[in-house]
Design a binder for this molecule. Structure first.
Ligand SMILES: Nc1ncnc2c1ncn2[C@@H]1O[C@H](COP(=O)(O)OP(=O)(O)OP(=O)(O)O)[C@@H](O)[C@H]1O
Length: 284
């Protein structure tokens, strides 16, 4: 399977944080969700991909090209949504379009206008007068209007109401039906990813915990529960982030089959969603 983004042995340090020799392959034709707690390194990774900050070591290839050497060529094919996006605050949406469209060969004015209507954005409104959610909608409309091959979004759903969030997920799902398009986005709303992501990359404290297909993650991670007696017998290496309570314990595991075999009736096994996986890993 072809990779649309390849991050190889990339390191970036700040005074109290290190993105530590990370490796990620993002697959072409799929939606990859990027999850991790606050300060894990998601935005830093995305900024490195977008060549907005400098790495200390390693290499990043996008569309098979080095991202620093082919910066312009690569960016013309990416729809990028992030919080501190650099729009012209004092100008209207319409005037912003005029300027921004000139950067993209494949700008589609009609499509942009249709997104403005769909997102209920008034083209005559100045950017600085938009609410946070409206600004995000505007950024999404821009990102979707130049036939980008790759959408990269840093927490696009953060300031959005649940109705529009669902609409955005539908738009992303429709977009990805074209196998030449790819989407990589970070979010704290893991239930959105349960709905649409094909792959999940999980980062914690500057290290990649895993980058895997969603169905494999769902298959391998389970929640196990039992009483304190069971906990005293179980091999703790098989448990991730043990949570003790007055009834016993619960923990995440990737060894549910062995545990069921060994402890049959005294262990309860439930499915784990992405939030469980994240929370138990962070506890660890
Ligand atoms: N310019 C900077 N100077 C110093 N430290 C920075 C800088 N940018 C980020 N950091 C630090 O790097 C770490 C990772 O930050 P980053 O923004 O990548 O996390 P994140 O996973 O996107 O978090 P969140 O979910 O809260 O947005 C944090 O400890 C942050 O303080």
């Amino acid at each position: 399977m072809e990779n649309i983004i390849e991050i190889k042995n990339v390191t970036k340090s700040y005074s109290d944080f290190k993105l530590d020799n990370i490796n990620i392959d993002i697959k072409k034709g799929f939606i990859t969700g990027f999850i991790g707690p606050n300060g894990a390194g998601k935005s830093t990774t995305i900024k490195l991909i977008m060549n907005l900050i400098q790495k200390e070591s390693g290499e990043i290839n996008i569309f098979g090209m080095n991202n620093t050497k082919h910066d312009k060529k690569i960016k013309s094919r990416i729809g990028f949504v992030y919080d501190d996006c650099c729009f012209f605050d004092n100008l209207t949406i319409k005037s912003n379009e005029k300027i921004i469209s000139s950067f993209y060969k494949e700008w589609n004015h009609d499509l942009f206008t249709s997104y403005l209507k769909r997102f209920e954005l008034n083209p005559n409104k100045r950017i600085r007068k938009l609410s946070k959610g409206m600004k995000t909608k505007f950024a999404i409309a821009i990102a979707l209007s130049h036939n980008a091959d790759l959408l990269i979004m840093d927490e696009p759903t953060g300031g959005l109401d649940p109705i529009f969030r669902r609409e955005l997920l539908d738009i992303l799902y429709d977009l990805i039906q074209d196998e030449n398009k790819s989407i990589f986005f970070s979010t704290h709303i893991t239930s959105d990813l349960d709905k649409i992501a094909d792959y999940i990359t999980f980062i914690n404290k500057g290290k990649i915990v895993f980058s895997k297909p969603t169905d494999i993650i769902n298959d391998s991670y389970k929640i196990v529960k039992g009483n304190s007696e069971l906990l005293s017998m179980i091999n703790k290496d098989h448990l991730i982030g043990i949570n003790k309570n007055r009834y016993g314990f619960e923990a995440l595991t990737t060894h549910s089959r062995e545990l069921i075999e060994s402890y049959q009736d005294s262990i309860i096994v439930d499915n784990a969603n992405l939030e469980d996986i994240m929370v138990f890993h962070i506890k660890k």
